[in-house]
Design a protein around this ligand. Structure first.
Ligand SMILES: *[C@@H]1O[C@H](CO)[C@@H](O)[C@H](O)[C@H]1NC(C)=O
Ligand SMILES: *[C@@H]1O[C@H](CO)[C@@H](O)[C@H](O)[C@H]1NC(C)=O
Ligand SMILES: *[C@@H]1O[C@H](CO)[C@@H](O)[C@H](O)[C@H]1NC(C)=O
Ligand SMILES: *[C@@H]1O[C@H](CO)[C@@H](O)[C@H](O)[C@H]1NC(C)=O
Ligand SMILES: *[C@@H]1O[C@H](CO)[C@@H](O)[C@H](O)[C@H]1NC(C)=O
Ligand SMILES: *[C@@H]1O[C@H](CO)[C@@H](O)[C@H](O)[C@H]1NC(C)=O
Length: 391
């Protein structure tokens, strides 16, 4: 038994050394001490530490892809976990979404405050900023500077929009801050996540953690993934309030999506003008149809033919927005940004799409029709009024 523990200890030290060594040559080096904090205690906490370690290392899968030592550490850790902890796994069913632990197993468990199965609301912001509010309004806004996106008793999201290079009118999100407010010691302490357009997305909160709560029953968890060469996503799950927040960086542009319980979406402060609840103030809204048309054919082709990471083509407002952003900025990264936002909507709220494949900038019989009819109606009213005056 003692020998076995010794061997195990040596094995862990070896693993940590390899991990430290391997991570020095890869961009994840600064997170290395978090991944390797790993102590020998009783079997159960050992398994949890090992599980945390593996989960942490998983975050660097993309960055450490070419590192042989990274892979050997990962597979050794997984083998060790399987050997040592499989029994625990069967007993406790340690899995990310496991709810099978009975409360008596834990001294204090963060209660789930909202029902996962009840209605949820989706909100998203990206590009020049385009906004999809909780109640399904679509707006394009100026909103230069810092604005609250969501603010409720559990978390707040702020966005900062700056002018887009080489464009006189366009602005885009360049900084996003997600603040989790402290809520009961067993749920979460205050945590801050900050994303900036000009640097890669951090893969942890400001305090270098990626989660709160016991490993088998996380209340908060943050995961990072790389989508393709120029885009990456961080997903923040808040299980105690049945909420998912997703931050994506495409080139230098940021976008944010959030899905939260309907009841929570409605707890907003009228005075604060939170974008997801109130929308943009009327003075900040832009009518995208008023844009100066430039290079329309090429832009239409680009937006129509682009295929996103989920193999989808853009539809609805996401197609219009792609065309608009391309015409105002001529920066092709906005196509990628539209796709990133579209992927979010497909994931969070696919039923909200009408799958319209013709953009409003193309031949648009509906709008000319209504213009003609409004004119006719006006003429009709004028005639009636004239007739009335005459009589
Ligand atoms: C720890 O786990 C190992 C392997 O499953 C087992 O042989 C050992 O008895 C366990 N030790 C304790 C203290 O439970
Ligand atoms: C753990 O629970 C999930 C669903 O709660 C189930 O699908 C899975 O088979 C379980 N795993 C084990 C090892 O019991
Ligand atoms: C902005 O304009 C400058 C000079 O006209 C050009 O070199 C640069 O590539 C442009 N940047 C973008 C993002 O279009
Ligand atoms: C990734 O970006 C680099 C430089 O921007 C480029 O050379 C490379 O071909 C890209 N790879 C993929 C898979 O797009
Ligand atoms: C996004 O950008 C990459 C690299 O510039 C490109 O290869 C890819 O096709 C783009 N994706 C979309 C959906 O436009
Ligand atoms: C549009 O497509 C999405 C995803 O395929 C689907 O969930 C949704 O029901 C469709 N909407 C309509 C109106 O057909």
């Amino acid at each position: 038994m003692v020998v076995a523990n010794r061997v195990h200890y040596v094995w862990i030290v070896w693993t940590v050394v390899i991990a430290a060594y391997s991570c020095i040559s890869v961009p994840c080096s600064m997170h290395q001490e978090k991944c390797s904090s790993y102590e020998i205690k009783d079997n159960e906490s050992q398994c949890k530490d090992l599980e945390l370690y593996i989960a942490c290392m998983e975050l660097f899968k993309g960055k450490c892809r070419g590192e042989i030592s990274y892979h050997s550490v990962m597979s050794a850790s997984k083998i060790e976990f399987k050997k040592r902890c499989d029994e625990n796994l069967l007993r406790n069913n340690i899995s990310e979404h496991s709810q099978s632990l009975t409360p008596s197993n834990r001294r204090s468990i963060c209660p789930s405050l909202f029902d996962d199965k009840k209605e949820h609301k989706f909100c998203g912001l990206f590009g020049d900023p385009h906004l999809r509010t909780f109640d399904g309004r679509y707006q394009t806004c100026r909103i230069h500077g810092a604005w609250p996106v969501i603010d409720n008793p559990f978390f707040g999201i702020m966005v900062t929009n700056d002018a887009v290079l080489n464009s006189t009118t366009a602005t885009a999100p360049t900084k996003l801050t997600v603040m989790l407010k402290a809520h009961k010691p067993e749920c979460t302490q205050q945590k801050l996540y900050e994303a900036q357009g000009d640097i890669p997305l951090p893969s942890t909160f400001e305090d270098s953690t990626t989660s709160s709560g016991p490993s088998s029953l996380r209340t908060v968890s943050l995961s990072w993934r790389s989508n393709d060469n120029i885009s990456e996503t961080v997903i923040i799950r808040l299980s105690y309030i049945s909420t998912i927040i997703s931050v994506t960086r495409v080139g230098k542009y940021l976008s944010i999506s959030a899905k939260l319980p309907d009841e929570l979406a409605q707890t907003f402060n009228q005075e604060k003008n939170e974008l997801c609840s109130s929308g943009c103030p009327a003075s900040e809204q832009i009518d995208i149809k008023q844009v100066t048309i430039s290079d329309l054919d090429r832009v239409l082709t680009l937006c129509h033919n682009s295929i996103g990471p989920t193999e989808h083509r853009l539809t609805d407002q996401y197609l219009d927005w792609c065309v608009f952003d391309m015409m105002t900025s001529h920066d092709e990264q906005f196509i990628n940004a539209s796709h990133a936002a579209y992927s979010d909507v497909l994931f969070f709220e696919p039923r909200s799409l009408f799958n319209r494949t013709v953009s409003i900038f193309e031949f648009n019989p509906a709008s000319t029709d209504s213009a003609c009819c409004t004119n006719r109606l006006n003429l009709f009213i004028i005639s009636i009024v004239t007739l009335y005056n005459f009589l």
